[in-house]
Design a protein around this ligand. Structure first.
Ligand SMILES: Nc1ncnc2c1ncn2[C@@H]1O[C@H](COP(=O)(O)OP(=O)(O)O)[C@@H](O)[C@H]1O
Ligand SMILES: [Mg+2]
Length: 300
């Protein structure tokens, strides 16, 4: 019959169609496999990124914990040193105060009776007096560093307090002091003798940081919201080496030859005992500024 396809041909066509179908299925599966492959690659990439991120988070956490541990260890060392100093200070400090007092009186007496002595005698008596004062200061620092006496607060003006401190400081002529305390500042409520010691230590450190001379800026400003007054004592000496910053307030840390490294411990202890806080802004090579923030008197 016309149009009839011979049987062998029909069988070939069927076979080809089956193969074609199989091929199409194969292609389809290949496409699905490719898609799965793409998806897996993306998931792998995301997992890798997550792993890297988690690794970084972990690393940061380890670093943070290490810092905390180091800080805790340093704090422990500081406390151990203070405890040890406490024992030494109690015995040696008190024992030294008496002979120093007696020596001071003796020099005072000699200066009075030798009023007509020649210049070199007077000079040596002056040296002895200065060195006794220095020794007394070290003993006071030692005692204050380990045992902070409870403050006896009074309402005082910052300007008055700083002027009084400056009069006691040994500022060489090569150093210019700019004292800029606004007269409008409210009174502060602190133990004047203790804060005097704080400012004395900071001014002396500033002076000692500028052996070739320089400028010491002493400024103050009020924060009416916090009800605080901040004093800033800034020098233009060499600043503090970054690796020393963490040790500043540790007892016995000093970079000076004839010093004991108790000044800043006293500064911190006495300021905190008076309800204040100490800050430091370091400008390596250009100087540094110490700030002391204190509470204003209640009725100012
Ligand atoms: N104004 C400053 N400029 C540079 N370094 C300073 C300053 N103040 C303090 N320091 C550093 O801090 C150390 C500790 O100071 P301090 O506790 O007063 O002890 P001391 O003056 O006896 O060394 C100093 O030896 C010095 O290295
Ligand atoms: Mg000092």
């Amino acid at each position: 019959m016309e149009g009839d396809i011979p049987i062998e041909l029909q069988q070939k066509i069927d076979a080809l169609e089956r193969r074609n179908k199989l091929l199409e299925e194969g292609l389809h599966q290949a496409e699905r496999l490719r898609q799965m492959c793409d998806q897996s690659a993306q998931e792998l990439k995301a997992t890798k990124a997550l792993l890297i991120h988690q690794g970084e988070v972990l690393e940061a956490r380890v670093q943070e914990r290490t810092q905390l541990l180091l800080a805790a260890q340093e704090d422990l060392v500081r406390k151990e040193k203070l405890a040890l100093l406490g024992q030494v200070a109690d015995t040696v400090g008190h024992e030294l105060r008496n002979p120093l007092g007696v020596m001071n009186n003796a020099v005072y007496f000699l200066q009075a009776v030798l009023a007509d002595a020649d210049a070199s005698v007077k000079e040596y008596l002056g040296i002895i007096k200065d060195e006794i004062a220095e020794a007394e200061r070290i003993v006071s620092d030692l005692l204050d560093a380990v045992r902070t006496k409870p403050p006896q607060p009074e309402d005082v003006t910052l300007a008055g307090l700083l002027q009084q401190t400056l009069r006691k400081c040994n500022v060489p002529p090569s150093i210019t002091v700019h004292l800029d305390i606004p007269t409008t500042l409210p009174a502060i409520r602190v133990d004047p003798a203790q804060m005097h010691q704080v400012f004395w230590n900071l001014i002396t450190n500033g002076v000692e940081a500028m052996p070739q001379g320089g400028t010491l800026d002493i400024q103050a400003h009020e924060d009416p919201v916090d009800k605080t007054v901040t004093v800033c004592i800034k020098d233009n000496g060499g600043g503090i080496a970054p690796e020393h910053l963490g040790k500043l307030f540790q007892p016995l840390f000093t970079t000076k030859v004839r010093r004991v490294g108790l000044g800043l411990v006293v500064v911190k202890n006495l300021t905190q005992a008076n309800g204040g806080r100490v800050g430091v802004e370091n400008m390596p090579g250009k100087g540094c500024a110490f700030t002391v923030t204190l509470l204003t008197a209640a009725d100012s």
